[in-house]
Design a protein around this ligand. Structure first.
Ligand code: MG
Ligand code: MG
Length: 259
């Protein structure tokens, strides 16, 4: 497993893609109101990144069935949908939480980020789920340092989720990112025997897409018949946040924060 490290120049190119992703997510947050369909949200997001000269990374993303790639521009995951939600005629309602995951390529370099938007009057427990999942992401980023092992960071992430009694999704993890969206290493949000045996030493220039997923109930998930949509096994809501993050000499730099 070869983890590629990026130069300062390459990180600057990734930041350009990251800025587009940030712009798309800010736009989605703005227009995600009760009554809008996920298809309308997806099409509007497409216009934003296309106007920036970016190519979406998700549409037609290959699956095990030849010719049947991912059908939407973004992954739009409402309430019990954890990740990989397909845009369609689902109407956003007051109290929903809507996860937007966007990945684009600009001039050969990728950015990948996700946020969960709270629509109108979200219940306090679901609001806390969202806020805590974002806190987990930010805690991970703040604890990145060259020389540290990823398992030390993943431990902190898992601890916060478990302190709140949330289900930690184990079937999906973060990933390295660069000229392609999914590069080595795999970046779990929890500590496993596998991670401890194949730990990642954080080194300057490594770029990771860190993406904690927390469920209000069980961490177990299942895939719908469409072959993509991942839902919680108990149909309770799930939150998902993601940033593309570079390891730097002093810590970490978020490439998808719009700066
Ligand atoms: Mg993503
Ligand atoms: Mg990702």
């Amino acid at each position: 497993m070869a983890i590629q490290r990026k130069t300062r120049k390459e990180l600057d190119k990734m930041r350009i893609a990251g800025r587009v992703v940030h712009k798309v997510l800010a736009h989605c947050k703005e227009i995600c109101k009760p009554g809008v369909t996920t298809l309308e949200l997806d099409e509007s997001a497409y216009e934003v990144f296309t106007a920036q000269g970016a190519k979406g990374l998700f549409k037609n993303y290959p699956t095990y069935k030849p010719g049947e790639g991912f059908p939407s521009n973004l992954c739009i995951s409402v309430n019990e949908v954890v990740v990989h939600g397909i845009a369609g005629d689902r109407v956003t309602e007051d109290g929903d939480i809507v996860g937007f995951d966007c990945g684009v390529n600009v001039d050969g370099w990728c950015g990948d980020s996700a946020t969960t938007v709270m629509v109108g009057n979200v219940s306090p427990e679901v609001r806390k789920l969202c806020e805590t999942t974002e806190e987990i992401l930010m805690t991970a980023i703040q604890n990145i340092k060259p020389g540290r092992k990823w398992s030390q960071v993943a431990r902190l992430m898992q601890n916060i989720a478990e302190r709140e009694g949330y289900g930690v999704v184990r079937d999906f993890v973060g990933h390295g990112i660069g000229q392609t969206m999914h590069e080595d290493p795999k970046v779990p949000n929890f500590v496993s025997r596998d991670l401890l045996m194949n730990d990642i030493e954080l080194r300057e220039g490594i770029v990771l897409a860190i993406e904690p997923m927390c469920n209000l109930g069980t961490g177990k998930v299942r895939t719908l018949a469409d072959g993509w949509t991942i839902v919680t096994l108990d149909n309770k809501p799930a939150a998902h946040y993601e940033h593309t993050v570079a390891v730097t000499a002093n810590g970490a730099e978020i490439l998808t924060d719009g700066n």
